[in-house]
Design a protein around this ligand. Sequence first.
Ligand code: ATP
Ligand code: MG
Length: 134
Amino acid sequence: MSEGSGRVEIQSETDVLQTRQQARDAAEQVGFDTTDITRIVTAVSELARNIHLYAGEGTMEWKHITDDDRTGLTVIFEDQGPGIDDPDAALEGEFSTSDGLGRGLSGTQTLMDDMEIDTEQGEGTTITITKWHS
Ligand SMILES: Nc1ncnc2c1ncn2[C@@H]1O[C@H](COP(=O)(O)OP(=O)(O)OP(=O)(O)O)[C@@H](O)[C@H]1O
Ligand SMILES: [Mg+2]
């Protein structure tokens, strides 16, 4: 697998589709199977949609990763929006400020191997997700 990385500016609905396409291509390059590719694209779709809905705009950056005996994919979502009120409750799937189900973040955590939320009221949100190729 070649080392790679990429970046998408999220400002419109079209950009959300672009994040899905880039994440799919990046996941295919790692060699993930169809099930894992679907998991990754679904997770990316949720986080990109959240940026579009709640922060207005932001960025997605992906990079291929390696450790001693594995390869994988990390995707970082960053925005300067309002921040998430209660990230712990959001991860429990019990918190929504829209008419959504409030399942986006909790679902994303289930689909990925690792997820980190760094959020500050009025400052913005950074969410990092990782999946390893076993
Ligand atoms: N990037 C973000 N910036 C600010 N708030 C956010 C961001 N992402 C999520 N949130 C907040 O966290 C809540 C939970 O997000 P989550 O994606 O889990 O559910 P939802 O978007 O409300 O509904 P669903 O994704 O199921 O349609 C949102 O309602 C919103 O208040
Ligand atoms: Mg959501």
